[in-house]
Design a protein. Structure first.
Length: 198
């Protein structure tokens, strides 16, 4: 498997040969990039595209967050943990504000913000090496390895993506067509037919 090419990008396909233990860090990083940019981000974007501007800021109750809050929260987390924490950019996050915001921040602004942070995070991930995964970083007052930081962000992104999907289903009362097995047709095709099966 090609580990790097001159541009710093890694090959996005499975290798043509048996995997070696030395491939694991690169496969981990490829999977992290894929999870953020190709799996969860398109689903979030489709959900926001289906919700009205008002519904983006709807909260089921005062103890819950809106899809808009979750978008701000995901952008803040990705920036703090990957872009700043692993990439060395300044940490400008205001976590409390992510949950205090009541909107309306327009859909296009929320999507542009999260897409930008995901793109920047993927650039950081593309530059990381196996020693970077083992290095200890101080992020949000935690001392974590690069591996732990990336694992946290992917898990966190998946968790809140699921909440955004659930909020969208609550507001629309319909199947979004996201869940299907490989080779299985969705019950109701999503507007973005290029979404991978899950």
């Amino acid at each position: 498997m090609e580990k790097r090419v001159a541009s710093g990008n890694r090959r996005s396909q499975a290798p043509d040969r048996a995997l070696r233990q030395s491939d694991i860090p690169f496969l981990f990083l490829l999977n992290a990039e894929h999870a953020l940019a190709k799996h969860h981000m398109p689903r979030i974007a489709e959900c926001l595209g289906r919700l009205s501007e008002k519904d983006i800021w709807w909260r089921p109750n005062p103890a819950s967050n809106s899809a808009g809050n979750l978008m701000l929260h995901l952008a803040g987390n990705v920036r703090q943990w990957i872009i700043a924490g692993l990439g060395g950019e300044p940490d400008i996050r205001n976590r409390d504000r992510e949950f205090q915001e009541q909107g309306p921040i327009p859909r296009r602004v929320l999507l542009a913000l999260l897409r930008r942070e995901v793109r920047m995070a993927c650039r950081v991930l593309a530059k990381l090496t196996p020693p970077d995964l083992l290095k200890v970083y101080s992020i949000q007052k935690f001392r974590v390895t690069g591996f732990h930081a990336i694992s946290h962000v992917i898990e966190h992104f998946a968790y809140h993506s699921g909440q955004i999907i659930y909020l969208t289903k609550l507001r629309l009362g319909e199947d979004l067509g996201f869940t299907r097995l490989p080779g299985q047709k969705a019950h109701r095709p999503s507007k973005s037919s290029s979404l991978p099966a899950i």
